[in-house]
Write a new protein. Structure first.
Length: 232
């Protein structure tokens, strides 16, 4: 059993074990039990009724949270010519082609949170698979990060687009906002993510799909949410 500090232990006492809270009440508890001196990120963990060992039960995609995540994300776009300029004009922090690939390969440069690429660049970007892949930075058509519409892709990321992917245990983990956010905005973000996951339900998934939802701040304890109050 991991040992927790006094603040965490005291915060945990405010949460009733075995209770599944309504979304707004759950977020209020998360905010109340966030004791760090910085604006903590609120994370959501969603347990899905899928078996990720099967290819036809993978759940992966992206969704734009209506109220963002509260985090400024650094964007790199792999593109040439007019598309490179389009990306920079749309707010990309970095853009380039072979020069950017070389910078990552030779210097180990990874000062970005999201990578976007035009389809014609993927042959070159593919060389970075071993570097970007394990870090979740590889552009992927399923998450909308391989596209010729780089301006739209950049603006969506800057507006609060997040990617989700089921892990080996069948769980989805994602940031949903900051402790400083209004509760109503956090609830709206949560509902938007859950709606996206429901739409992404694999046809091969049987039985109960949305099995559990838990919220927590960066340093705080988990709060269980009544899933029916989120999906209804």
């Amino acid at each position: 059993m991991p040992k927790h500090g006094k603040k965490f232990t005291d915060a945990s006492k405010q949460i009733e074990r075995g209770t599944f809270y309504e979304p707004a009440e759950a977020f209020e508890l998360v905010k109340k039990t966030a004791t760090a001196k910085f604006d903590e990120t609120i994370e959501v963990a969603i347990r899905l009724g899928v078996d990720p060992r099967h290819a036809d039960q993978q759940v992966r995609g992206a969704v734009v949270l209506p109220n963002g995540t509260g985090k400024t994300r650094t964007v790199l776009v792999f593109a040439k010519g007019d598309k490179e300029k389009e990306a920079l004009d749309a707010g990309a922090d970095y853009a380039g082609a072979e020069d950017m690939v070389a910078k990552i390969q030779q210097e180990g440069w990874l000062a970005f949170d999201v990578a976007i690429a035009t389809p014609d660049m993927m042959g070159t970007v593919g060389k970075l698979g071993r570097i970007l892949g394990p870090r979740g930075l590889m552009p992927n058509p399923k998450t909308g990060t391989v596209t010729f519409d780089v301006a739209k892709a950049v603006k969506e990321v800057k507006a609060g687009k997040i990617e989700y992917r089921v892990d080996k245990a069948g769980n989805i983990h994602a940031p949903i906002g900051k402790v400083s956010f209004e509760t109503e905005k956090l609830v709206e973000n949560l509902r938007t993510l859950v709606d996206a996951l429901v739409r992404a339900k694999p046809a091969a998934a049987k039985g109960q799909y949305m099995k559990g939802i838990s919220l927590s701040s960066t340093m705080g304890p988990g709060v269980k949410v009544n899933t029916q109050k989120v999906t209804s």
